[in-house]
Design a binder for this molecule. Structure first.
Ligand code: G6Q
Length: 550
């Protein structure tokens, strides 16, 4: 398989472009080309992607496209869509695209077409969602379900939690939706504080069904239900369903596997919203709207697979991320949705992008020779403007930004939307073009204040627009980032699909739990700092007001 590194001619040619661009500005690029805004934007699958405010030229884009070709992007895309085991360190295919494939499509894993299985599960989910929404499904005491609590963490939480917030406008308002992820008991306690167990359904979402946080929360949930049902274990079946790949563990927990919605090891957690992990989303929206969500994903899947690289929104987004991160040296990127419903989207993208591309070795185990996955962060506009945007405009680091906006509001109140959009457009303008010292001085600002009130500009951004925040639009937005991450990973030659970096802390925590809980003084063999922290927590737990103290 083709792999490029910093010595590869295609990489060096791109680096030369980056070096040349350091000597110019975004403003100069606009001044030199009246068609720039039009040329450097693409519309496809319901998305508008305007990347004209990137520090990039046609020549640099051509080099980036050549770099992608040299890295074998086309072949890698086909390998993914054909179910090849491109997640080589876990020996698995990467087939989230199969989750949204149309019923007639054939995608084979080990000679078996997985599309019919995908649709069979979607069908079972739809029937269940309809039963919950219509009140046909009853709790153990005969009451309909009024609250759905998804218990899961990481990829089994962030997708459903984000999608519920994003699509809340379209949700059934007669059902309350809550999301419990943290092993901190506070998360569970607060989530169920005002809920009636007789009307509550728990969806225990865990690919492995062994994740400590999720199983701890699930056991607490079972105790909470049983406490309200006089310990009647038969009640569990009416208040718990499972979403998992691990039927044996689901059964061991006490959930009938008939109430289990399956998925497959070729779905990575952070890519799993389109699988049964989206069950809470389907209950909230209804099966038809969930199909629209999948349709939005699919539209971008097809676009990514077929569009030429320089008209391909995810590929362009990914290549620009590589350019900014590896060649212009910008190590963070901000996602700034100008839509309140997208308030959890930055958190969702943090996992999608950082767990995927926060890697330091390549597929062959050799170290990478350039910076890879940027730190992704963000908050909805306009709130961020009154907080961290100061640094974006005048700080010493350059943070490439993604502005995300909706052309038509879902809540058209007064002139809110005009003000919201004006702010989004203005921020991108201010970042790119700034305000030179002469312009500040010309306004009569005293000389001592001119440097403080000058905006350097030349700070790159993308603007991504959807018509309205529908399920379809959300699917397309997510798929854009999924395939951007894929593009980046291919150019860097890393495996975007394994998550080994989360293992070590988990293993160490398993060792420390008994050390905190042991009644006798444990023999601590960590470093001095870790030992001291364990002793402090033990002392607090056993002292006055502590968990085990008196
Ligand atoms: C995602 C990761 C990770 C995973 C969680 C939950 O890509 O693999 O975030 O989703 O650790 O795992 P389970 O679903 O197995 O509980």
């Amino acid at each position: 398989m083709a792999m490029v590194n910093a010595r590869h001619p295609a990489w060096r040619a791109t680096a030369e472009q980056a070096a040349a661009l350091r000597a110019t500005t975004i403003a100069a690029l606009f001044a030199a080309d009246s068609s720039r805004a039009e040329r450097l934007s693409v519309s496809a699958a319901g998305l508008v992607f305007d990347y004209s405010k990137q520090l990039v030229t046609t020549a640099a884009l051509d080099r980036l496209a050549a770099l992608a070709e040299a890295a074998g992007l086309r072949g890698r895309i086909e390998a993914m869509f054909h179910g090849e085991r491109i997640n080589s360190t876990e020996n698995r295919p990467v087939l989230h695209v199969a989750l949204r494939a149309p019923a007639g499509e054939v995608i084979e894993v080990d000679g078996r077409n997985v599309v019919p299985e995908v649709h069979a599960v979607l069908g079972r989910m739809a029937a269940f969602a309809r039963d919950i929404r219509s009140g046909t499904w009853r709790g153990a005491t005969g009451k309909p379900i009024r609250a759905v609590v998804n218990i899961g963490i990481g990829g089994s939480d962030l997708g459903p939690a984000m999608a519920f917030e994003a699509l809340r406008f379209h949700a059934d308002r007669g059902i309350e939706f809550r999301f419990v992820s943290n092993v901190d008991g506070t998360d569970f306690a607060e989530a169920v504080l005002d809920l009636d167990p007789r009307e509550t359904l728990f969806i225990v979402s865990s690919k492995t069904f062994t994740t400590v946080e999720t199983m701890t929360n699930a056991r607490t949930a079972r105790d909470w239900i049983l406490a309200a049902m006089d310990g009647d274990t038969a009640a569990v079946a009416r208040h718990f369903v499972a979403v998992s790949t691990n039927a044996a563990e689901v059964a061991r927990f006490g959930i009938d596997t008939a109430a289990m919605f399956g998925f497959w090891d070729w779905v990575g957690g952070r890519y799993s919203l389109g699988s049964a992990i989206g069950l809470s989303t389907m209950i909230a929206l209804g099966p038809d709207a969930f199909q629209e969500l999948l349709g939005g994903f699919r539209a971008i899947d097809e676009h990514f697979r077929t569009a030429p690289l320089l008209e391909n929104i995810p590929a362009l987004h990914g290549l620009l991320t590589v350019f900014n991160t590896s060649l212009l040296g910008h190590s963070t990127t901000a996602v700034l949705p100008y839509d309140q419903y997208l308030k959890r989207f930055p958190a969702y993208l943090q996992q999608l992008t950082m767990e995927s591309n926060g890697k330091r070795v390549r597929l062959d185990g050799t170290p990478v020779d350039c910076p890879t996955g940027p730190v992704v962060w963000g908050e909805p506009g306009t709130n961020g403007q009154h907080s961290f945007y100061q640094l974006l405009h005048q700080g010493t680091v350059v943070v490439p930004c993604d502005f995300i906006g909706c052309l038509r509001p879902l809540n058209a109140l007064g002139n809110h939307h005009a003000i919201l959009m004006a702010n989004m457009i203005a921020q991108a303008e201010a970042l790119a073009f700034g305000k030179p010292a002469e312009a500040v001085a010309a306004e009569g600002v005293t000389a001592d204040l001119v440097p403080h009130r000058t905006f350097p500009g030349n700070r790159p951004s993308n603007t991504i627009l959807v018509d309205q925040l529908t399920p379809r639009a959300l699917g397309s937005l997510i798929a854009l980032y999924e395939h951007s991450v894929f593009t980046q990973g291919v150019v860097w030659g890393i495996n975007s699909f394994d998550p080994w970096g989360v293992e070590l802390g988990k293993v160490l925590a398993q060792r420390i739990v008994p050390e905190l809980e042991s009644a006798t003084e444990p023999n601590l063999a960590h470093d001095a700092s870790t030992n001291a922290l364990i002793r402090r927590v033990r002392a607090a737990r056993r002292g006055p007001g502590g968990i085990t103290g008196s």
